[in-house]
Write a protein that binds this ligand. Structure first.
Ligand SMILES: *Cc1c(COP(=O)(O)O)cnc(C)c1O
Length: 387
């Protein structure tokens, strides 16, 4: 059978990896070597120096490229390292359009680093395609999409945004961290670059930080590779090994993440303490239809709004036992957090509330524990604080 007809469960385990030809080791070894012997000057075996290339890293790059359906993968020491590399494509005077609720670190990189280099930014509500059309113009170099958004899980129509970008000769880059290639493949929808924080679902065990870029365009990949090597935000082989190990179970984990998130969302929607639930899998979600079309399932992230004050909400998230109170997401363990006091605290209160991030909002990364224990844990925390 042709390799690319294989299903993602199979490719997650095998793509880019063969048993080691020397020893038969089934798992790709951790090549902890900074440099590589040459037979004569310039006559190497594909590797010269580990910032430029490393065999453990190459296996991970090939694996991720395959999962996203692109020909070329590049991995980085962090998700921000990957995002920065896309921005390296911009020159002074260029313009970038981004979704208005991008990851906080992305917003900071754009507005506090690239702003200084005379790259300008417009942040728009990308669920409104007219806003995207109005913002993109001839100086626009990159259209940056993050979908589903954080923390309200709004799903952006990648194919429609990519078309607008291409009509102006801009690149469309999609941060696919929340959905993973198990649930949506932006390159198939017309995006030019897919970006990941490997720290989240791809690694999946809250034990490694990393980033990735995948593209199907050889010329674009060469430019990204130039910046990857020049800037040097490259990962160590142990980090690559951990992500390779994590990705093997990604499809299995995503099934449970989605199942648990859906069960929690449905249960929360019926609770008297809860005013509103944000989960793209619920009919009530404003972008449910786009999600149903673009995604194979609705993901492991959900948010909900308690009928409670900032202090009461802080008490609820501090009173869970199974859920860990922490930022980040995508690990096997369930996490809970309060955007108004944690991830989105830096947004001024009025602006934050206008954007729907109320004092009672709680974000959950549903882990893969038994859902009965997750429900019981939330119920106990609600009763303790609000009962
Ligand atoms: C975490 C995250 C990033 C940044 O990745 P790091 O690995 O923390 O550098 C970027 N985008 C999204 C959507 C994220 O969740």
């Amino acid at each position: 059978m042709d390799d690319d007809q294989r299903q993602i469960e199979t490719r997650a385990i095998h793509a880019g990896q063969q048993p080691d030809p020397e020893t038969g080791a089934v798992m790709t070894p951790i090549y902890a070597s900074s440099t590589y012997a040459q037979d004569a000057p310039g006559d190497d075996r594909g590797y010269e120096y580990s910032r430029t290339g490393n065999p453990t890293r190459a296996a991970l790059e090939a694996n991720l490229a395959d999962l996203e359906g692109g020909a070329h993968g590049r991995v980085f020491s962090t998700g921000m390292g990957a995002i920065n590399t896309v921005l390296n494509l911009c020159e002074s005077g260029d313009h970038v359009v981004a979704s208005n609720d991008v990851y906080g670190g992305t917003h900071r990189l754009f507005t506090q680093v690239y702003d200084q280099y005379d790259v300008s930014f417009d942040f728009v509500d990308m669920t409104d395609l007219d806003e995207v059309s109005e913002a993109v113009h001839s100086e626009t170099r990159v259209v940056w999409v993050e979908t589903p958004t954080n923390p309200l899980l709004r799903v952006i129509d990648t194919a429609a945004v990519a078309e607008i970008a291409h009509a102006h000769d801009a690149l469309c880059a999609v941060d696919n961290t929340f959905a993973t290639p198990c649930l949506q493949r932006p390159l198939e929808d017309g995006a030019d670059i897919v970006c990941h924080s490997l720290t989240k679902y791809m690694g999946g065990h809250s034990d490694v930080v990393g980033g990735a870029l995948v593209t199907d365009d050889a010329e674009l990949d060469e430019r990204l590779g130039f910046y990857q090597n020049s800037v040097g935000a490259t990962p160590d082989p142990f980090g690559c090994f951990l992500v390779l190990r994590g990705v093997k179970t990604l499809p299995v984990r995503m099934e449970r993440h989605c199942e648990n998130a859906r069960a929690l969302a449905t249960w929360l929607a019926d609770r008297s303490e809860v005013q509103r639930v944000y989960y793209p899998g619920l009919d009530s979600h404003p972008t449910h239809e786009t999600a149903a079309e673009q995604m194979d399932d609705y993901g492991g992230m959900l948010s909900f709004e308690l009928d409670a004050t900032l202090e009461q909400t802080s008490a609820v998230v501090s009173n869970t036992d199974v859920f860990t109170l922490a930022e980040s997401l995508g690990g096997v363990e369930s996490l809970i957090e309060q955007p108004a006091a944690m991830t989105h605290q830096s947004i001024p209160r009025e602006e934050r509330i206008a954007a729907g991030l109320t004092d009672g909002l709680i974000r959950v990364s549903a882990g893969i524990e038994h859902v009965d224990d997750l429900r019981a844990d939330l119920e106990r925390a609600f009763d303790t604080v609000l009962g």
